[in-house]
Ligand binder design. Structure first.
Ligand code: SF4
Ligand code: SF4
Length: 100
């Protein structure tokens, strides 16, 4: 096992993680339109769709309007009982998969 190479790859991924932006993904088709995620986001990242803008189930849905201000607190994902929201960093690869 090449430990030097493994550490280099892990360090590269840590640097990439620090430089990458947070991404917020909302499964709008599953959204029930309760608005809790919008209320919970203190950064103003989320907004509900306009009255006539509904998903296939007829619900208004949450959408991302200001992703650059996301601080990845995950409050929105925690309050969503339907599991519609995913928070992640872009460009992240699993360092362990690369290292070995
Ligand atoms: S993770 Fe936090 S800051 Fe980002 S959208 Fe959700 S509640 Fe807002
Ligand atoms: S908390 Fe979930 S179900 Fe409610 S509006 Fe947000 S994404 Fe939709």
């Amino acid at each position: 096992m090449d430990y030097n190479n493994s550490f280099k790859l892990v360090n590269q991924n840590i640097l990439m993680a620090l430089e990458s932006k947070f991404k917020v993904k909302i499964g709008s088709e599953k959204c029930k339109g309760c608005g809790l995620c919008v209320y919970s986001c203190k950064q103003g990242v989320l907004e509900m769709s306009k009255a006539r803008d509904t998903n296939k189930e007829g619900h208004n849905y949450a959408k991302v309007v200001n992703e650059k201000d996301c601080v990845s607190c995950a409050d929105c994902a925690i309050v969503c009982a339907d599991g519609c929201i995913e928070i992640y960093r872009e460009n992240i690869k699993n360092p362990l998969n690369q290292a070995f």
